[in-house]
Write a protein that binds this ligand. Structure first.
Ligand code: AHG
Ligand code: MN
Ligand code: MN
Length: 308
């Protein structure tokens, strides 16, 4: 089967789609259609969300958001990739579900999970009552509970960031990277740098071993790269449920207002004390201007365009 390489198309994020991105997207949507539980699927690979109409989904109560294939740059080189998903309860009561049903805050998630296609295939899943990991047993075609009650260590020694972008990072992140690299026996520094380039794989390792994953704003991507609905919110829900922390460097990811489907966000996620440390340095060295704070406050209150 010809599943490797570029599709020759560009998605809404301006990223070139791989054949496997498109294939995975079609497979998940088809499965969700026949499942009958979801009325909408919002996917990183589709410009607009997809309505799931039909007899079987007529009374469906759930909204499904998905990054069908995470880490696409690793597909053709046999490195671990993943899938990330998130489930919300529909809030509209009649008619067809709408965009408002999709644009819910991360705190409203009823479930979230990721699947990692690595040396084994694992599903890591939360419904808000802790996190459990299931490993696929291919001989019976079932995911079996292999990692009950997963917890991320409060401290860690691994940092994961695309350090090639160093020159474009906020000063607070630069200071944190230097902190990670200084020798200090008591805190086991220097830390170890590990970056796969698949968020699922980087976070899965850090969840088990303890560590931090950072994709900050950069001068070229002032809102960050990763997508709030498909990547940041589900991962933040999982990591918080495992006892970790997830912010945009200042504020909790799950509390962020969601104003568009493909909205991006910076993300600092992982072991609680590591995230707290980098936040401290962000506050000191990359504090937001009073104007930025005021604009955020107004956005939270739903005031658009500011006050004269
Ligand atoms: P996707 O393959 O779904 O577009 O996601 C890729 C994301 C994420 O998985 C990864 O951590 C990050 O992009 C890598 O980006 P850089 O190549 O800029 O480091
Ligand atoms: Mn992704
Ligand atoms: Mn993807």
């Amino acid at each position: 089967m010809d599943i490797f390489g570029d599709m020759g198309t560009i998605n809404i994020q301006g990223e070139s789609q791989k054949k496997l991105d498109v294939f995975a997207n079609e497979q998940f949507i088809a499965a969700l259609k026949s499942g009958g539980e979801c009325c909408i699927v919002a996917s990183e690979e589709n410009d607009e969300f997809v309505h799931i109409d039909g007899e079987v989904s007529k009374n469906a109560k759930y909204i499904f958001a998905i990054d069908p294939l995470d880490g696409s740059s690793n597909i053709d080189v046999n490195v671990a990739v993943g899938t990330i998903f998130s489930i919300y309860r529909r809030i509209s009561v009649d008619g067809r579900a709408t965009l408002n049903d999709v644009l819910q805050k991360g705190t409203e998630q009823v479930a979230a999970g990721y699947i990692i296609y690595g040396s084994s295939t694992m599903l890591v899943y939360t419904t808000g009552k802790g996190v459990n990991g299931f490993t696929l047993d291919p001989s019976i075609g079932e995911f079996c509970l292999s990692h009950p009650k997963m917890k991320i260590p409060e401290d860690g020694t691994i940092y994961s960031i695309n350090e090639g972008n160093y020159v474009h990072f906020p000063e607070g992140v630069k200071k944190y990277l230097k902190y990670c690299q200084v020798e200090d026996e008591q805190s086991s520094r220097p830390y170890t740098s590990r970056y796969i380039g698949s968020m699922v794989a980087d976070l899965h390792r850090n969840m088990i071993k303890g560590g931090i994953f950072i994709y900050p704003t950069t001068s070229g991507a002032p809102n960050g790269k990763l997508r709030l609905v498909y990547e940041c919110n589900p991962m933040a829900f999982i990591i918080e449920q495992a006892g970790g922390r997830a912010t945009d460097g200042y504020d909790r990811i799950l509390d962020k207002n969601v104003t568009s489907l493909h909205q991006r966000s910076a993300i600092f996620i992982g072991s609680k004390n590591m995230v707290l440390k980098v936040e401290e340095l962000m506050r000191t060295h990359s504090s937001k201007s009073p104007e930025e704070r005021a604009a955020e406050k107004m956005e939270k209150l739903g005031i658009v365009g500011g006050i004269d």
